[in-house]
Every structure is written in structure tokens, then in C-alpha cells.
Write a new protein. Structure first.
Length: 72
């Protein structure tokens, strides 16, 4: 692990983004997951017929599935 990575992980206001899996400070919470601002904007700007959109949808569905399991 390099020094930069360590520093980022220790920074208290960052969370791991569900989509890009990077440590980010700004973003939204969806259920118990976190989506960074960059990915949120990307999702909004991605057309539904874009292949990337399917990737995002799959990721978001995983959140909902794990949330249902948690409640069960
Ligand atoms: Zn992200």
C-alpha cells in the first residue's frame, strides 16, 4: 500500500463508492451504500440505450438485493 492510499483511507469523511469503488468525500447515500458525485452525474448523463447504463443498473440492483436480505 502506498502512502497516498493510506492517507485517503484514513480520512474520516470519505466513503467507498459503490460504482467506481474509489474513496470519495462527496456523494449520495442509497440505502446503506454510497455513490460518489462523479458517478451520480455519470448515471444521470448516461442514455438508457448505452451499455454503461446497464452496468450501473446492475450495480444498483445489487444494492437493493442486499438490502432486502438484511431486512429478512
Ligand atoms: Zn464513484
Amino acid at each position: 500500500m502506498n502512502l497516498y492510499q493510506k492517507k485517503v483511507n484514513q480520512y474520516p469523511d470519505t466513503e467507498t463508492c459503490l460504482i467506481c469503488e474509489k474513496q470519495k468525500a462527496l456523494g449520495i447515500h442509497l440505502y446503506h451504500s454510497f455513490i460518489c458525485l462523479d458517478c451520480e452525474m455519470d448515471i444521470i448523463n448516461t442514455k438508457t440505450n448505452d451499455q454503461k447504463y446497464q452496468f450501473y443498473v446492475r450495480r444498483l440492483k445489487q444494492v437493493q438485493i442486499s438490502e432486502k436480505r438484511r431486512q429478512a
